[in-house]
Design a protein around this ligand. Structure first.
Ligand code: ADP
Ligand code: TRP
Length: 328
């Protein structure tokens, strides 16, 4: 039996943080043994908000090296750069021609982002490109946090529409819900999620933060009133968030941690969390440094995955083009 196909993507923007790691990357690393895994650096999506070209290029290479350093194994997963596979934009164009404008205008992410970035057509068509990403690889499952749920629903709807209009072509992807880890919230505000594009660096622990910075950031992280280390999302959101981080990195349960920290103060808990983060992030950072120096190896990995991804994507694209009636 062939393995089911799993695909996800991450944009090469902002500062990759422990929320991205615990909520996405770490799960991809676990999944790659059981699924035919495609991990895509979504650089075409990233330019729906204007980027500075030089920095953008560096960010793309940074995220590739970071994903590898976190344990994405090129022998198990196809880690590729979206813009290197022209089939994505080509299929997106075809899908655009069967997409009602109203559906795109109703998307929450478009409505939120257009005020910040201006209502550019690329931002509006963002979900169509994402549908193409997913459908090209005959993807069975896509992990979805709440912010991507609508986009997956759209991909499913457009795949069904294409299939019924032109004949069976695409697999209808399913959502792999990521309820296992809660959203990691900002260290400066436990009611808002930790974000790559946060203005205040104290919002996040970046995967590449040095031990000194981690120490400083955890020290200044907001806490709740009271002094008990207890998992209570409603009344103690800041401590609950730090317990979430602690539990995910240590693979301990909240119950175990509550016992472990029963006699301890917030300050002592923060100190132990700091040491845990340093212990977990240092090996990733070491690997990242080695990889960043080895440009040849990175190029080779990207070249191989480009070849593999192109082959699959082009085959699906060809099927779609034939169905539409293009001369091939
Ligand atoms: P951000 O929202 O920080 O800009 P992205 O939207 O690029 O990050 O998300 C990349 C991946 O990381 C997605 O799969 C997303 O679900 C996950 N992710 C982002 N932020 C968090 C968070 N705070 N907690 C858990 N997972 C997160
Ligand atoms: N839009 C996703 C994000 O911002 C990234 C992405 C692009 C993606 N294409 C995808 C995720 C396909 C899953 C499947 O996080």
């Amino acid at each position: 039996m062939p393995k089911p196909v799993f695909l996800s993507g991450i944009q090469p923007t902002g500062v990759p943080h422990i929320g991205n790691y615990l909520g996405a990357i770490k799960k991809w690393v676990e999944i790659q043994d059981n699924y035919e895994t495609f991990i895509m650096v979504a650089d075409l999506h990233a330019i729906t908000i204007p980027r500075e070209p030089k920095e953008f290029k560096e960010k793309t290479l940074e995220i590739v090296a970071l994903l590898l350093a976190c344990g994405i194994d090129p022998k198990k997963s196809t880690l590729f750069i979206q813009s290197q596979i022209p089939a994505h934009t080509e299929l997106a164009w075809i899908l655009n021609t069967i997409t009602p404008l109203g559906e795109l205008e109703r998307m929450t992410q478009f409505k939120e982002k257009k005020d910040r970035a201006g209502a550019l057509a690329g931002l509006l068509n963002y979900p169509v490109l994402q549908a193409a990403d997913i459908l090209l690889y005959k993807t069975n499952v896509v992990p979805v946090g709440e912010d991507q749920f609508q986009h997956l629903e759209f991909a499913r709807a457009i795949a069904k529409k294409f299939n019924s209009k032109f004949g069976e072509t695409f697999i209808i992807p399913e959502a792999l819900s990521d309820k296992i880890t809660s959203r990691i919230m900002g260290l400066d505000n436990p009611n808002k999620k930790m974000s790559k594009s946060a203005k205040n660096p104290n919002n996040y622990i970046a995967l590449l933060d040095s031990p000194e910075i981690i120490r400083k950031k955890i020290k200044s992280a907001v806490t709740d009133s009271g002094k008990e280390i207890k998992y209570d999302r409603e009344n103690k959101p800041a401590i609950a968030n730090m317990l979430d981080i602690y539990a995910a990195f240590s693979e301990k349960t909240f119950g175990q941690l509550e016992i472990e920290f029963r006699e301890k103060s917030y300050a002592e808990f923060k100190e132990e969390l700091t040491e845990l983060l340093i212990a977990k992030l240092t090996p990733i950072q070491k690997k990242y440094k080695e990889l960043s120096k080895n440009k040849n190896l990175l190029e080779k990995i990207l070249e191989n995955s480009k070849t593999k991804a192109s082959k699959i994507a082009n085959k699906t694209l060809l099927e779609a083009k034939e169905k539409v009636g293009f001369i091939i």
